[in-house]
Design a protein around this ligand. Structure first.
Ligand code: C2G
Length: 153
């Protein structure tokens, strides 16, 4: 019997944590369906997203281990999706531990350990702090590096 896995996420600034989760989920069965949160739904989730839905969905759809991408438009659609796609396993990263246990009457529910030391929030913070460095300071740093390089030549 074909085993179908379903997961949900924003997948903004796609990173290694997202990839490793999808690969581990795909290893649990035969078909991996990923519901990518729409831009409207992320507003509802009060989540600021850098990459628009169409691009996030295209990136996820082109991940080798992903078989199908659907859009996530509200919190309520999960039961319907599980029935529509005859889902065997509903899975999320463990930052959602216990939050979707109510789905256990419809299919198996599992939470996988998140990949440590990487998150979109963290990437955004690094970018913001990097971009907040005054241009002059960055240029000065390059001048110093150039001088050092000459010294070493
Ligand atoms: N993830 C992970 N390791 C990380 C970062 C994220 O395993 N270092 C997992 C999360 O646990 C989640 C998935 O990657 O299962 C997608 O993460 P987000 O894009 O942050 O998803 P989120 O905004 O939490 O959306 O209805 C549920 C929501 O749509 C979940």
């Amino acid at each position: 019997m074909k085993k179908t896995i379903l997961t949900y996420g924003t997948f903004d600034m796609f990173h290694i944590g997202h990839l490793k989760l999808l690969q581990r989920l795909a290893d649990l069965g035969d078909e991996l369906i990923v519901a990518v949160s729409s831009d409207e739904f992320n507003k509802l989730k009060d989540k600021t997203v850098l990459i628009p839905y169409a691009q996030r969905a295209e990136i996820v759809a082109n991940i080798k281990c992903v078989n199908k991408v659907i859009s996530e438009d509200n919190w309520e659609q999960k039961v319907q999706d599980i029935q529509k796609y005859s889902v065997d396993i509903f899975a999320m990263g463990d930052d959602w531990e216990g939050k979707f246990d109510f789905l256990k009457e419809h299919c198996e529910v599992i939470y996988l350990e998140r990949t440590k030391d990487i998150s979109t929030t963290q990437l955004k913070k690094s970018l913001t702090s990097f971009l907040s460095i005054p241009k002059e300071d960055i240029l000065n740093a390059f001048t110093v590096i150039e001088t050092l390089k000459k010294d070493f030549e």
